[in-house]
Design a protein around this ligand. Structure first.
Ligand code: ADP
Length: 246
């Protein structure tokens, strides 16, 4: 991450016009894939990601089955046209790593012990990437898992914060990710108040680290409201507003 130009102007506005603590626009739709048991589509800024969940179902190969709990498998994948230069469709090291951290971010919320000898497969397809795609993917995956009716302790909401031009900012975009100083993606269970993912790319001192984490957790709480609305919309439709008022 080498900084080449100023990413925050004299009015405190970022490259996409946001203020320091503003999220990008978020839209989530639950239940978009009829052939999956659960699914979700998320637009998180310019990120466009579709998630499909299959299961709980029989494990193949069978020797992977666990006698006392369900196996969770996640696959994060970016399609060739998701980035400015064509991305090789074969899984890269980065995608293998993100698939692993996604599984670890989602596992704590799932009551896997309720489905022994079974598997749940989560497919995360990034159609368009704009920085923060792992956070957007985890957020959508959590909605898709709830849509599949899988027993969960909480939602998992994810959002990054970072350091740009020596300031801590919420929800790093692609330019800030590439040209900024630090990027900290966080996934968080808002009711249990537990962090399930914390990564850091860049260098922060102790104060900046704590500030960044607080900012990211606040972002996750805001993201949670969009997840909740998406599920309410799917299951209650127009009654959503009525119920929220009661
Ligand atoms: P995240 O998307 O979770 O922030 P990274 O920090 O690894 O993950 O990536 C930041 C951004 O870099 C991605 O959202 C994407 O826009 C871009 N990017 C990632 N991999 C590639 C690639 N192979 N080719 C072009 N751009 C990429």
């Amino acid at each position: 991450m080498t900084q080449t130009r100023s990413l925050i102007d004299e009015n405190g506005k970022r490259t996409d016009g946001r203020t320091r603590d503003q999220l990008r626009e978020i839209k989530i739709t639950a239940g978009v894939i009829k052939n999956a048991d659960g699914s979700a589509f998320i637009e998180f800024g310019m990120n466009k990601i579709v998630v499909a969940v299959y299961g709980p179902r029989e494990v193949h190969p069978k020797h992977m089955a666990l006698p006392d709990r369900c196996v969770l498998r996640c696959r994060y994948h970016m399609v060739p046209f998701s980035t400015d230069t064509r991305k090789n469709p074969a899984p890269s090291r980065r995608e293998v790593e993100i698939s692993k951290v996604m599984r670890e971010a989602l596992e704590p919320t799932l009551m896997l012990e309720d489905y022994p000898r079974a598997a749940i497969d989560v497919y995360v397809e990034v159609l368009q990437a704009d920085g923060g795609s792992r956070c957007a993917g985890i957020t959508a995956a959590s909605v898709a898992l709830a849509d599949a009716g899988i027993n969960m302790r909480d939602m998992v909401s994810a959002c990054a914060a970072g350091k740009v031009d020596d300031r801590i900012v919420l929800d790093i975009n692609d330019t800030e990710d590439k040209e900024g100083d630090a990027d900290m993606p966080v996934a968080y269970m808002p009711h249990l108040e537990q962090v399930t993912l914390l990564q850091l790319d860049g260098i922060l001192d102790e104060d900046q680290f704590n500030q960044c984490l607080d900012e990211a957790v606040n972002g996750c709480k805001m993201v949670y409201e969009f997840q909740r609305t998406a599920l309410m919309q799917k299951y209650f439709g127009n009654e959503t507003e009525l119920k929220e008022e009661q």
